[in-house]
Design a protein around this ligand. Structure first.
Ligand code: CUA
Length: 450
């Protein structure tokens, strides 16, 4: 009897949970209401069977429970019952599977007027490529992927010259136009998922996969990787922004093309020397850093990282949090660099400064730090020298007190909380794995040995 009660409560509880739970689908933002319908049908069929089977079981437990002297009736064959069960089961299974076939047929039949966006996945980032005026993407080859050419575009291919390359985790698409996403992975399996679009697809190394949709709602939708792809899988996030056509056009026009990227002039260190003068006041003439002035060492830091941070300060992605006192100071100083070319110049100058060793200011358990650092090493490198391909700057030989403050800022959401600062945000997620100040000290004590 208690067993029957538990079964009945299970059914009632499940139904209540289903209808009263606050966890519903996110609001649809694409043409794929068919997917929702299919899921609803599956819910109804499996829900119906779940309720019927469990209630029948409870009924039997109660009705046929042990009674003294009662005798079971042996009935091995019941043709009529078998016909019924086979028939009803077949209909329910067909009802559950057939809608999926219609969805799939539509999913693989991409509308002829769909425009193309390529999304490229790597551990643990998203980047995008759009065809230029010619509507064609240039040929790519994994062997050509380099720091200068992160997409591996064939420089000889005329179709590739005007390809728009977006080296950022945020891609844009225009509303109400079918879009075909071409999906490519640089390393392992990933999966391109925007919950509001309802459709998703794997990225398979060595293969091009695709999916299509027509966005029906403007907004910014979080892009998740839904294939376990290594320790940073949980932090592999991005966004797809659905714009009105004119907003999309102006956004796209502001992104560099492949040929523009390849022919961008290098920074001029001679000009940069003059621009460095205000920086020298805190960071020192040799860029060695100054703890008393809270200015970290710059000499020896990766140039692409310095540039990105300076641009982040300029565009408000960093140094705007009210509790980020030193960051706000820096934001004011960065305004002396009037444009991107000025940033390039000053970074080129910093690149020429001697990389002299720093004094370590932090004590910790080096062995424990080494264990924790194993995760950091995936992106920053075992030697802590930074890896541009994973957007991870150099750590070794730089100001430990500065890294400590930044780790704490990330943990507290003071840094990396701007929704467009993807790499900062990602680092914020990783910083949550450091439980306490001791863990931070240990890790920095180990980095100091590198
Ligand atoms: Cu990429 Cu998970």
């Amino acid at each position: 009897m208690p067993f029957a009660v538990v079964l009945i409560l299970l059914v009632v509880g499940s139904l209540l949970f289903h209808f009263l739970s606050p966890w519903n689908f996110t609001e649809l933002a694409s043409n794929w209401e068919m997917v929702d319908l299919t899921i609803d049908i599956t819910f109804v069929v499996t829900g119906f069977v779940f309720v019927v089977v469990n209630l029948f079981m409870a009924y039997c437990v109660i009705k046929y429970r042990y009674k003294k002297g009662a005798k079971a009736n042996y009935e091995p064959e019941n043709k009529k019952l078998e016909y019924w069960l086979t028939g009803v089961t077949s209909i329910l299974i067909a009802a559950m599977l057939t809608p999926g076939l219609f969805v799939w047929a539509k999913f693989v039949d991409v509308p002829a007027d769909a425009h193309i966006v390529e999304a490229v996945g790597q551990q643990w980032h998203w980047t995008y490529r759009y065809p230029g005026e010619d509507g064609k993407l240039g040929e790519v080859d994994a062997e050509r992927i380099s720091q200068e050419n992160p997409f591996g575009i064939d420089p000889e291919d005329p179709n590739g010259q005007d390809d728009v390359v977006v080296y950022n985790a945020e891609g844009h698409i225009p509303i109400d136009r079918p879009v075909k996403f071409l999906l490519r992975s640089k390393d392992v399996l990933h999966n391109f998922t925007v919950a509001q679009f309802r459709v998703k697809m794997d990225l398979v190394p060595g293969m091009n996969t695709f999916m299509w949709l027509t966005p029906t709602r403007t907004g910014r939708f979080e892009l998740l990787c839904e294939e376990l792809c290594g320790v940073g899988h949980f932090a592999m996030r991005g966004a797809i922004v659905v714009d009105e056509q004119e907003d999309f056009d102006s956004w796209l026009a502001a992104q560099p093309t492949f040929s523009e990227l390849m022919s961008r002039p290098a920074g001029n260190a001679v000009v940069g020397a003059a621009q460095y003068a205000p920086c020298a006041a805190c960071h020192g003439t040799q860029g060695a850093g100054n703890l008393d002035l809270n200015a970290p060492k710059l000499a020896g830091q990766s140039d692409w990282y310095l540039k990105r941070q300076l641009m982040n300060y300029k565009t408000g992605l960093r140094g705007t949090h009210e509790k980020d006192m030193f960051g706000r100071q820096m934001t004011a100083m960065v305004m002396t660099l009037v444009n991107e070319a000025a940033v390039d110049n000053v970074v080129a100058y910093i690149n020429t400064l001697p990389d002299s060793p720093v004094l370590s200011t932090i004590d910790g358990d080096i062995e424990r730090g080494q264990d924790i650092y194993a995760v950091c090493a995936y992106c920053h490198g075992r030697d802590g020298m930074g890896v541009q391909a994973t957007n991870a700057p150099r750590l070794a030989g730089l100001s430990d007190w500065y890294m400590k403050r930044q780790l704490q800022n990330w943990k507290d959401g003071v840094r990396g909380s701007h929704k467009k600062d993807y790499y900062g945000y990602q680092m914020g997620l990783f910083s949550q794995t450091l439980n306490d100040e001791q863990a931070i000290n240990d890790i920095l004590a180990y980095i100091n040995t590198l």
